[in-house]
Write a new protein. Structure first.
Ligand SMILES: Nc1ncnc2c1ncn2[C@@H]1O[C@H](COP(=O)(O)OP(=O)(O)O[C@H]2O[C@H](CO)[C@@H](O)[C@H](O)[C@H]2O)[C@@H](O)[C@H]1O
Length: 604
């Protein structure tokens, strides 16, 4: 069996057979609000994982004299931790157990116990809430990353559980085809005036009722410009603080002034503010409304999807040197997210691992002490995914459909992807993918240093992403240098992201930190092996395959490491079973909502 050694940190090598388009973890990650979960026992197409620590002596598996055709070497990320988390957000789902909310899997079931039946059983939500999501993006209307995904799907899932849900987001008009996404939203003719940055601004509200959710779009000229929600080719918009302050002001008015279906959401609602863009909502409730007797019975939750974005997105105002008060004054002012952390009734993160990481100096981005002081109101709930959009048996973007019962379509997707991107059509060649923002968080520098070695062997590598110019240039240069092995798609393209997820054998996610991560969840649902750095939500959701467990029949859904050390491995006989343990996400949110209303609200 061919085994490879590499001097660079990452590697996946040697051709795999079609079998690597296996049942690996297929359908394992589901938000499940529209599909019944599948309970899968994958016993065929087994792959053995052999690991070799980089720059260390190669580990040779003595037993690997099986069929030559099925031998595969690969490279992956290192040390493992068998933390699993699968989740469901099922309307009217079955039995709900209150597990250890802070420590791991909630309401998990034993492996062989089928969860299908119980998940589709009726379950009446005991308490329903009027929930107001405030977010800078919500798919399909607007999306630049995972925030859009979550705020596009979670509201629908909660509405399906009986809650009344409104999502307030800007009505972005960029002057291109994406404007059509708002075509279904009509002007409520209920404009209002809000104070913002020392002036009075008029905003309109557009509304679309879809999938049980009131989608409310705040309309203002500052949301009408080319680019994306946050910037254009010249960088971030200089007035982003104004634009998102306006969003927060309008969102606070919406439950009071908008009669949706004949009734307002009223004062006793629950605001779910997402990231810094919506961070002024809890602050406004505490400082503007409650002191005036409004929203006394409302509560707010700040959902942190990415703490790192606070400084560079929200803290853009730095006083000039002459205006600083003392020698140690760096001039930094206004951190909206910090205000939200202080004033919100509860704090949510998008995985349990991340809820701890943000309280550490490494993960707290300067707010760790503040967050530690509020630790008693922090909870982590692992993101779910939209299983309607991300379903290989019905995905409109992929070449061929497949399911756990018939995986043949996956190899068709691989061939179609190779053709589409002009790569040699080699069904047996390992096809490795990456999708994501090109920045430090996503570990692009690690990929960059590893790629030349990776591409020395029979491997194809496809990257889709946009972000820092230096990495975009590197992708273009690599494509020119390795034209038969590498494709770098610079840009943001949702259909291509689906095709990469379906067509690749392996998806790399060497993120330095990852609050949750969605691509590994999509990969697991599409039978694509996620190879991830075991941090934050990646550690919570990917179960590392253990090649030595149960005489080589161990379970797993991918490969993870506790450090950015990348390992050589062999996927032959890697037995990736779908995990039967799933979190009942809906219940988790409801538990947090309930806690939010138990304590008195923050008042200035
Ligand atoms: N070039 C491109 N073309 C098409 N699609 C692209 C793309 N680049 C990225 N995407 C898509 O955007 C989403 C990104 O999801 P991530 O989980 O990586 O979120 P992100 O880091 O943006 O957000 C933060 O919020 C989310 C949600 O809470 C957390 O999961 C995450 O850890 C945290 O950093 C995925 O759907 C991905 O497929």
């Amino acid at each position: 069996m061919k085994t490879l050694l590499f001097s660079s940190p990452i590697f996946i090598s040697k051709p795999t057979t079609n079998n690597i388009t296996h049942k690996a973890s297929l359908f394992s990650s589901q938000l499940g609000f529209s599909c019944c979960p599948m309970n899968i026992n994958t016993t065929s197409n087994a792959f053995k994982l052999r690991v070799i620590r980089n720059n260390s002596k190669e580990y040779e598996d003595e037993d690997e004299d099986e069929d030559e055709d099925e031998e595969k070497d690969g490279l992956l990320l290192g040390a493992e931790k068998d933390t699993v988390a699968e989740f469901q957000l099922i309307p009217q789902s079955g039995v709900f157990e209150v597990g250890n909310f802070h420590d791991g899997i909630l309401a998990s079931k034993d492996d062989e116990e089928s969860v299908d039946d119980e998940l589709i059983q009726e379950r009446n939500t005991q308490l329903t809430y009027n929930i107001v999501f405030v977010t800078s993006e919500a798919s399909p209307y607007s999306k630049t990353g995972g925030l859009g995904d979550v705020c596009g799907s979670l509201p629908i899932a909660l509405a399906a559980r009986g809650h009344r849900v409104m999502v307030v987001s800007p009505r972005y008009l960029h002057g291109g085809p994406s404007d059509k996404k708002f075509a279904g939203a009509t002007n409520l003719n209920c404009g209002t005036k809000v104070h913002c940055f020392g002036g009075i601004q008029e905003v309109d509200f557009y509304h679309e009722y879809r999938a049980g959710v009131d989608w409310v779009f705040v309309d203002h000229p500052s949301y009408h410009r080319p680019g994306n929600p946050y910037g254009d080719m010249y960088g971030a918009f200089g007035d982003n603080q104004f634009r998102f302050t306006l969003l927060c002001q309008a969102a606070c008015e919406a439950p009071l002034v908008l009669r949706l279906g004949g009734f307002t959401y009223g004062e006793k609602c629950l605001f779910l503010a997402n990231d810094w863009h919506a961070g002024l909502v809890p602050v406004l409730l505490a400082a503007k409304y409650r002191p005036n007797g409004v929203y006394k019975d409302a509560r707010s939750i700040i959902a942190i999807h990415n703490l790192a974005h606070q400084w560079y997105g929200a803290l853009e105002w730095i006083f000039p040197t002459w205006a600083r008060t003392h020698a140690l004054d760096t001039g930094q002012a206004v951190n909206i997210l910090k205000g939200a952390i202080v004033t919100a009734d509860r704090i949510l993160t998008v995985s349990q691992g991340y809820s701890w990481e943000i309280t550490t100096p490494e993960g707290g981005y300067g707010l760790n002490e503040l967050l530690s002081s509020r630790k008693f109101v922090i909870n982590g709930i692992t993101n779910g995914i939209d299983v309607t959009e991300w379903d290989p048996s019905s995905d409109v973007h992929i070449a061929s459909h497949y399911s756990v019962d018939d995986l043949s379509g996956k190899i068709d997707c691989k061939i179609a992807l190779q053709k589409e991107l002009g790569l040699p059509v080699l069904p047996d060649c390992p096809l490795v993918g990456f999708i994501g923002r090109l920045d430090y968080q996503k570990g692009i520098d690690i990929l960059l240093s590893a790629t030349p070695n990776l591409l020395q062997d029979d491997v194809q590598f496809i990257m889709l992403g946009s972000g820092e110019k230096q990495y975009e240039e590197w992708m273009r240069a690599s494509e020119a240098a390795f034209s038969d092995r590498f494709r770098g798609w610079v840009g943001f393209n949702v259909p291509i992201s689906h095709r990469i997820t379906a067509g690749c054998d392996i998806l790399l996610m060497p993120s330095r930190f990852e609050p949750c991560g969605l691509n590994q969840l999509y990969a697991m649902r599409y039978g694509t092996i996620p190879v991830v750095h075991g941090t934050g939500g990646l550690r919570d959701t990917v179960k590392s395959f253990n090649p030595f467990a149960e005489e080589g029949k161990g379970e797993g859904t991918g490969r993870l490491t506790s450090e950015c050390t990348l390992l050589l491995c062999d996927f032959e006989q890697m037995d990736l079973l779908t995990i039967d343990k799933r979190m009942h996400v809906g219940f988790q949110y409801e538990q947090v909502f309930e806690w939010a209303f138990i304590d008195p609200p923050y008042v200035t």
